[in-house]
Write a protein that binds this ligand. Structure first.
Ligand SMILES: Nc1nc2c(ncn2[C@@H]2O[C@H](COP(=O)(O)OP(=O)(O)OP(=O)(O)O)[C@@H](O)[C@H]2O)c(=O)[nH]1
Length: 366
């Protein structure tokens, strides 16, 4: 039996099993088995040709359009990224991911358009999984749908879910420390209402973990617990972009607004230039940038030209942006501002910065 058939068999078994306290453990094991098979399926196949899966990241952040063919992704990419921006073609053997650069309020945002990667069942298989490797690395996923096909949103979400991409979720607050002996110890800081200890242990055993200390600080579900063990999950915010609104009646647009009211979304027309500036602003705000002022040692900080960088960036992220040798030659950094315990605090590469911090980086003389 192929992996796909085996997944289907296990999914059918879950569907046919009524969920209750008595079956929770059994369903947990089935879900863990499916997760393992999917991970196996999603592993990039080594072809021996050594081509790279990842599109080179440039700019201050990277976002991707994901959607069915012909929803208007290329049109939107052309509207967002200025004509002079550097556009290169990166070969994905048979597929091509097209990056453009959107310059907005001082930030350079790389926008990826992966043409035609979603075509129902073909998504996530074969070459499609290579494109997904690029999507895994982005800072914001834009789910693009045609104004008459909002039902595509859950389809795309499911495809992304099945390859380990979690949209608009935070990593569950669970720590697992594997050990050599001593069995499994579970510590919880609150009552668990969606998963019991027996299920947790059965899932751990399914992953061949027999000795570990587990600390759970959140009322997690079985799926979330499996995500923690699987460890190759990525957590990315999303923005729904409904395109071609020039074709729809007012009543239809109102209905779409109602359906999407609880999530980040925007209605646009790439073709008729409706809400394109608003889309740029939404992208910028969804990404969440901050300003960091650089202060050369012994001099005044440069307050006129702050560095624009993603929120929660570390000193290392700043170093990487400035010069490729900065991390290698890094000695220490000094920080003033919200993230500093006291003005001029001496910090290392993994120090997390905050908006409007002032930073001095001291590197080795070479
Ligand atoms: N009416 C209308 N048509 C649009 C709009 N945006 C794109 N189109 C048209 O829709 C068709 C598909 O647009 P593309 O931008 O090529 O779509 P795509 O999603 O990049 O398609 P693939 O490359 O196949 O993935 C083209 O004929 C566009 O002119 C829009 O806002 N309104």
């Amino acid at each position: 039996m192929g992996i796909q058939e085996e997944i289907k068999r296990l999914e059918d078994e879950i569907k046919n099993t009524q969920y209750n306290k008595a079956t929770q453990k059994h369903i947990g094991i089935l879900k863990a088995k499916i997760a393992k098979l999917r991970d196996l399926q999603n592993k990039p196949k080594s072809t021996g040709t050594g081509y790279s899966y990842a599109v080179k990241k440039t700019g201050d952040a990277t976002v991707a359009f994901v959607g069915f063919p012909s929803v208007g992704k290329s049109t939107l990419l052309n509207k967002l990224t200025n004509a002079n921006s550097e556009v290169g073609a990166y070969a994905f053997t048979t597929l091509t991911i097209i990056p453009g650069i959107l310059e907005y309020r001082g930030a350079k945002i790389q926008v990826l358009d992966a043409p035609g990667i979603i075509s129902g069942a073909a998504f996530g298989k074969g070459r499609g999984s290579e494109v997904l490797a690029a999507i895994r690395n982005v800072d914001l996923v834009m789910l693009v749908v045609d104004v008459f096909s909002p039902e595509h949103i859950p389809v795309i979400e499911r495809e992304l879910y099945n390859v380990g991409i979690r949209l608009d979720q935070r990593p569950p607050d669970v720590k697992i420390v594997k050990k050599d002996r001593g069995g499994i110890h579970i510590n919880t800081t609150l009552p668990l209402t969606k998963i019991d200890e027996e299920t947790i242990i059965a899932i751990l055993h399914e992953h061949r973990i027999h000795n570990a200390d587990i600390v759970i600080r959140e009322d997690i579900t079985t799926d979330q617990f499996i995500d923690v063990i699987s460890a190759n999950r990525v957590y990315i915010p999303s923005l729904v972009v409904v395109n071609k609104i020039d074709l729809a009646e007012k009543e239809h647009i109102q209905k779409i607004e109602e359906v999407l009211k609880d999530r980040a979304h925007i209605l646009v027309s790439g073709y008729k230039n409706i809400n394109i500036e608003e889309l740029k602003e939404k992208i910028f705000n969804s990404l969440g940038f901050m300003k960091v002022y650089l202060k050369p040692q012994g001099k005044k900080p440069d307050l006129d030209e702050p560095l624009i960088i993603l929120r929660n960036s570390t000193v290392e992220d700043v170093c990487n942006k400035l010069h490729r040798d900065f991390v290698k030659n890094f000695r220490y950094a000094l920080v003033w501002g919200k993230s500093a315990k006291h003005p001029g605090q001496r910090v290392g590469l993994n120090h997390v910065l905050e908006d409007e911090d002032i930073l001095t980086i001291v590197i080795k003389r070479t």
